[in-house]
Each structure stands twice: as C-alpha cells, then as structure tokens.
Unconditional design. Structure first.
Length: 381
C-alpha cells in the first residue's frame, strides 16, 4: 500500500466547463463498450489467454471506428433534481441511460455526440482544435491544444509507459494486479453483432463494493466493445457502456469538421491547467488531497473540504448558464442523503452506494472509495 499526497486546484473559471466532457470522451474512447451481451457457445474464435487479450488491448489504440454507444448507470445514488430530463448533459452519465455516437480516426481526430430529448452535446477534436457544443444552449466552446503539447515537451525525460513493448506492458499489468485480483477469460459472446472474448477481473478482497469488471474484447481488432461493472451486491450491472453497432472502417473526415451554427455564442477556454498546475495560484483555492493507494481498496482523502465554500464557487462559476444544471443544488441534495456517523475518528456524515462510499467529517476531511463505509471509517482513524 502506498500513499500519495498532492495539491489540486479547487476551481477556476477556465476549468469547469471542460472537465466533464473531456473526461467522458477519454473514458468512452479508451474503453468503449455495449448493450446486453449474449453468450455465444458456437463462436469460432481461437482460445486466448488473459495476457494475450491484454496485448491486443494495448495494440488497439490506433484502430479507426464509428458506432453507436449506449450507457446506463444504476450506482445507487439518490434521485438528484438537476439530473432529471437533462439526457444530453454530461451529468446524465451519473444515472439512467444515455445514447451517443462516436467517431474515431486517431488520437487527435475524434468526435463524441451525446443525444437527449431534442438536444445534442458534441465534443470534437480535429488536429489542434477542440470544440464543445451544446445545441440546447447554442453555446460553443473552442480551444487549441497546442499549449498542452508544449507542456508535454517540457518533460522529455519522462518516457511514457505506452512506449514499452505491448507484451511487456501486458506482463507488467498482470504481475501488478495478481496479488489482489482474479483475472480470467470467461468464454466468448456476441456484442453489436461481433464475436468477442469476455475478460473478467474480480477483487479478491470482499470489502470492495465492486464485484467484477467484465470487458468484451473484439476477436478481430482487440478493441473493447463493452464494459460492465457489477456491484458486490449482485444484480444488474451498476455501470454498462457499450456499442450497439460498430464499424471499423475509417470514418469520413467530414464528420470531424465543425462550424459554429448561426447565432451560437462562441467562447475560448484555456486548457493549460490540464498540463500543469499554474504557479502562484492562491493556496486558499486549493484542496489538499492524499491518495491511500491499495488497488481496489484505494481511498482518496481530501482535507479542508467545506460545503458552503464549494457551493459558493459553483454558483459563481455557473452564473448565467444552466449548461450543467443546478450543480450546487445537486451537491446539496446529495449531502442531504448522507446519514450521521460517529466513532473514534470523530463525527460527520456517511453514505454508501452500490459502487462507492463517502465519509465527510466535521474536521473537514472527505473520504471517498469503492469500499464499504466501514473501511472509510477505519482509514479515518
């Protein structure tokens, strides 16, 4: 088990609008997946070991594709007011079902479109240009990523793990997780009409709220077609993301071209914060965070967490727009669902869902993890 301490910028006006959409795009494009998978006993796919499938995954990052994705989530969080009806908002990914279209040519050319009721939210990258568009608000955000590339070049001594041979990466991954994780290939399946292998990872520690993670991997291209995360309590997947249809032909380049629609408000945002923490930012606008690393049992401890300050920051940043709904109302509604707790660690509020728990203590500490509330209470001692 390792502990990592870091400082995280609390909020700045140039950050929040990009945080959710960029994160969603990264997750969907890196681990894209599908709707209910059907076991396929008649599949002619050759047998593959878990290590061989991991090698295929590592080599699949440059495979072009286009398809329709369906995402559903039932993690056990309370019914939050600002999530209702906003099916094309990034916040809709927290609960319920969402559909999207994805086009991927390479790491610098892709498009993700979230669809809702008479609304669409798009994230597009074409070369150095990144566009974010919400049709309901008719708001366009634009930024180049040149400064991000500049930031990467400032650290040429850091060799990315991705530059290691894929077979070495697979071996390292297996050796890293074996002490805490059971990994197996659980037969084959059909996803979006394609034959796929099912790779299953399950934590050995029964205190984890995650029961298993099942990844359907395309038998030809090695691309993940679906990811399902099951809670330890059983039942339907707590989170499921996957293709209902997919093509591995190169997408038409015209789909990545974007021109702001007539009447749209266009704003520029600074993405430099993604590459490095800006020097000289006031300490009072930062949170101290400590990650207690223990793989499935890892816990994030944030110190100096103040609800009033948080909601005030959100209200200031969201003034004049409802792009992400009533964020401060969402936070307050979530906090209202937390129950009083006390122990040797002090007093506070606790919450446990199907996949994660939260413990907010009166001394200003907030603990989060995919573990039971009792584990957070132990870590808080």
């Amino acid at each position: 088990m390792a502990t990592r301490t870091f400082r995280s910028a609390f909020f700045s006006s140039s950050k929040l609008p990009w945080t959710v959409p960029l994160t969603i795009a990264s997750v969907v494009l890196a681990t894209a997946v599908a709707v209910p998978m059907i076991a396929d006993a008649d599949s002619e796919l050759p047998e593959r070991s878990a290590g061989e499938l991991l090698v295929g995954l590592a080599e699949s990052g440059d495979v072009p594709l286009a398809g329709t994705i369906v995402h559903s989530a039932d993690v056990g969080i309370p019914e939050l007011p600002s999530m209702a009806g906003a099916t094309s908002s990034p916040l809709a990914l927290l609960s319920g079902a969402t559909s999207a279209r994805v086009w991927f040519s390479d790491e610098s050319t892709y498009r993700l479109a979230l669809y809702g009721d008479l609304a669409e939210t798009d994230l597009i990258r074409q070369g150095d240009d990144v566009w974010y568009w919400n049709s309901d608000q008719n708001v366009v955000m634009h930024q180049t990523v040149a400064e991000l590339e500049d930031a990467k070049e400032q650290h040429p001594d850091r060799k990315p793990m991705a530059e290691l041979p894929t077979n070495v990466l697979a071996e390292l991954a297996l050796r890293f997780v074996e002490p805490t994780t059971d990994i197996e290939v659980d037969g084959t399946a059909t996803v979006a009409g394609r034959a796929a292998y099912e790779l299953v990872a399950s934590p050995k520690d029964d205190r984890s709220l995650i029961g298993s993670v099942r990844v359907a991997i395309d038998g030809e291209y090695g691309v993940p077609l679906r990811v399902r995360i099951f809670s330890a309590d059983g039942g339907d997947p707590a989170v499921e993301v996957g293709f209902t249809s997919v093509s591995f032909d190169e997408p038409d380049q015209s789909v990545f071209e974007f021109t702001p629609p007539p009447g749209a408000t266009v704003e520029e945002f600074d993405l430099g914060w993604l590459a490095a923490h800006p020097e000289g930012e006031p300490a009072e606008e930062e949170l101290d965070a400590e990650l207690i690393e223990d793989q499935w049992m890892s816990v994030l401890v944030v110190s100096g967490f103040d609800l009033d300050s948080l909601t005030a920051h959100i209200d200031d940043l969201m003034a004049g727009t409802d792009e992400f709904g009533d964020l401060s109302g969402l936070v307050e509604a979530f906090m209202a669902e937390m129950q009083p707790v006390s122990g040797a660690y002090g007093t506070g509020l606790g919450f446990e869902s199907r996949l994660f728990s939260a413990l907010w203590l009166n001394d200003g500490r907030l603990l989060l993890g995919a573990v039971g509330l009792d584990v957070l209470e132990e870590k808080a001692m």
